[in-house]
Design a protein around this ligand. Sequence first.
Ligand SMILES: [Zn+2]
Length: 338
Amino acid sequence: MNAQTSRISSEIDFERDGKQTGFLRLPHSVHRSAYGWLAIPVVCIANGPGPKVLLISGNHGDEYEGQVTLMKLARELELDGISGRVIIVSAANAPAARVGRRTSPLDFAGEGNLNRAFPGDANGSPTEMIAHYIVSELLPRADFVFDLHSGGHSLRYIPSAEAKLGDDGEVNARQSALLKAFGLPISNVGETFDDRTLAGTAKRLGITFIGTELGGGGTVSAPILSMAEQGLRRCLKHIGTLPQGDAVDPPPATRLVYVGGADYFVYAPDDGLFEPYVELGQMVEGGQAAGAVHFPETPWQSPVIAHFQRAGLVLCERVGGRVERGDCLFHLATDHKE
Ligand SMILES: [Zn+2]
């Protein structure tokens, strides 16, 4: 076998028209199941010529808003209602999604992070094999990729869409139009992508890519789900997957922001119990106190105070009281002019 050919097989034929459901089979030979495979659910809806769309969630298993959105969409999209092809992988890192964790318990000492595993490895661990399959089998079949994230267990975001604007003006224009169509409260055009992410991979390959940070805290909320569902349908209508007559509300205004370098981030200066001083959506100044880390084991000791290094909008906050030195407490964004 060519080392670059995926060992994951698909039960469905992506080149065939129709609505198909099934599993991607990831070979997984372990003590309790010698010839077994891990099931990654996949839905393909293909109806003649038209745009080719790849919808992904569960890249991180504890980011539920996108998973719920795509499960609903997978059931709702009817074959005769669309043009082109939509591939939906709602639990991309299925072993992580199954246990409701950001990372897969099956590799990397129980911290298999799919979105740090790209471009992956055909002969690697389960998480690496999934990354490799996405790059070698799914991205080549997509003109448009949506990767629905949220803050997960440890973070919470103002609902945001993200696009990394690069050197290709046509891709930039498509992504900017999709950010407006999505109509989430925030559109972030300056996230600093790690090149091991799906976003970084799509950018390298010149694929039109929209990410999201829908909320987080390991929760699902009705208002955020509604934003995600409406926004994604508007994007599919904008692309031409859904007919122009599809009934969706016009997009709400979105605030265009930029996330720059390391000074946009605030980290826990010590281990302890975190007390935030600010809230999501608040504007802060450089030097302003962001929060305190208290010491429950020595409660007579004064807390250590973390500060914002620069001014900006609080886009993301830590969830959960206990922190360790180096945990992200907040990150900021600044307004971006088109
Ligand atoms: Zn994520």
